[in-house]
Design a protein around this ligand. Structure first.
Ligand code: APR
Ligand code: ZN
Ligand code: ZN
Length: 361
């Protein structure tokens, strides 16, 4: 029997979101209905509401979530009712060329639920990133559910579903930070500060946090940054070189998504260093670098999508680290809010004093 729940819906471009009644069908083959316990507010949700992703309104927002599986459809073996799970928006297929070559992070197929959740008048909802978890319950593909230790608080666990995983993975998976490395992180919001934590977990000896906001730098220091640079008051390229004996950092992570900060990352790395772009640029952004400078430096220019994560490998491992007190996910939960406060959380995003607002149910 289909169920009716409350959910946060964006009806039209630029309009404030509203709580609506959402109809959640019973799970079909390969699907699961999850009772959501917490869901973080991510920039991507705001981009959906602003029409920056696509025009398939109305959207059911929310995609950074943890909850409990309520029911599963035919043929589901990955999870069972009662399992505590983190939802992911990159369920891999195991069949395509990328999966078969052992690079499932680049899987060509994205598995979401086949059925649609709707409004009460039958209008189909487009769930944000195939999840739609600003709702008491949501319908997803079973492969989007990763079972983790139920002792982890939902507000913290859910964060691994998007932004915090992106930052941790940019350092650990994409950047390949190793013991003793020097790492610089440009932009210390939720994603960049997670990269700081990732660099610390990976054993970096020096972690240089760069931001234009001293409050963010203070948070970065608390999370393990060994040095901080306010790039409003000093040249970050010079500062990073100075802090690394004149060489530049082994890994520089760009977590803003702007041409000028990418350029800083490019020149602040060691000649053989790695640049990781995890900040998301807009389509019109361009960089203009002398090709000779690209040629004259070895290393690697990489981008990191969802932190190159493999949910089934990374989520349980990171939750274990969290449970052991080695990964402070709680530090990213600036505030917990109710479902009807998502619009307010969008406004607060612009003020720069929030790493994550998390809806708890
Ligand atoms: N130099 C350094 N830091 C900057 C600059 C700049 N020119 N401009 C902005 N910042 C800092 C902000 O002060 C803030 O601390 O970058 C940080 C961005 O953080 P958030 O807005 O909280 O964004 P976050 O959630 O961390 O995401 C960062 O990654 O996933 C993408 O879409 C996301 O592009 C975004 C980026
Ligand atoms: Zn695949
Ligand atoms: Zn997100």
């Amino acid at each position: 029997m289909a169920q009716q729940v409350r959910g946060v819906v964006a009806r039209a471009k630029g309009e404030p979101v509203r709580i609506e009644t959402v109809v959640v069908p019973d799970p079909g083959p390969g699907e699961a209905v999850v009772k959501v316990q917490a869901c973080g507010v991510c920039h991507t949700d705001l981009h959906y509401r602003e029409g920056g992703i696509n025009d398939e309104f109305p959207f059911l927002l929310g995609h950074e979530a943890a909850g409990v599986v309520e029911s599963v459809g035919e043929g589901v073996t990955e999870v069972a009712p009662g399992d505590y799970v983190i939802l992911n928006w990159r369920a891999v297929c195991g069949q395509c060329r990328a999966c078969k070559r052992g690079r499932p992070q680049y899987c060509f197929a994205t598995h979401n639920a086949k059925q649609k959740m709707t409004l009460t008048d039958g209008t189909e909802l487009a769930p944000a990133l195939g999840i739609g978890a600003f709702a008491e319950k949501t319908l997803v593909a079973a492969g989007q559910c990763t079972k983790v230790d139920p002792a982890a608080s939902p507000a913290a666990a859910g964060l691994l579903g998007c932004g915090v995983m992106a930052g941790l993975g940019a350092a650990i998976n994409t950047g390949g930070v190793g013991r003793g490395d020097s790492v610089a992180v440009i932009g210390c919001g939720g994603v960049g500060n997670a990269a700081v934590v990732g660099a610390r977990l990976a054993g970096a000896a020096k972690i240089i946090a760069v931001d234009i906001d001293d409050r963010k730098l203070e948070t970065a220091r608390g999370l393990g940054a060994t040095d901080t640079v306010n790039s409003r008051s000093s040249d970050p390229i010079e500062a990073i070189r100075e802090l690394t004996g004149g060489f530049g950092a082994d890994v520089v992570i760009e977590a803003v998504g702007r041409p000028e900060t990418y350029e800083q990352a490019f020149y602040a790395r060691d000649l053989a260093g790695t640049v990781v772009l995890v900040g998301v640029p807009t389509p019109e952004m361009r960089i203009d670098l002398p090709l000779l400078d690209v040629f004259g430096r070895g290393g690697a220019l990489k981008s990191s999508w969802y932190g190159d994560c493999l949910p089934s490998r990374d989520f349980p491992m990171l939750i274990d680290l969290y449970r052991q007190g080695r990964l402070d996910l709680d530090a990213f939960v600036t505030e917990t809010i109710a479902l009807d406060e998502v619009e307010k959380a969008f406004e607060r995003m612009h003020h720069g004093d929030v790493l994550r607002s998390v809806v708890v149910f």
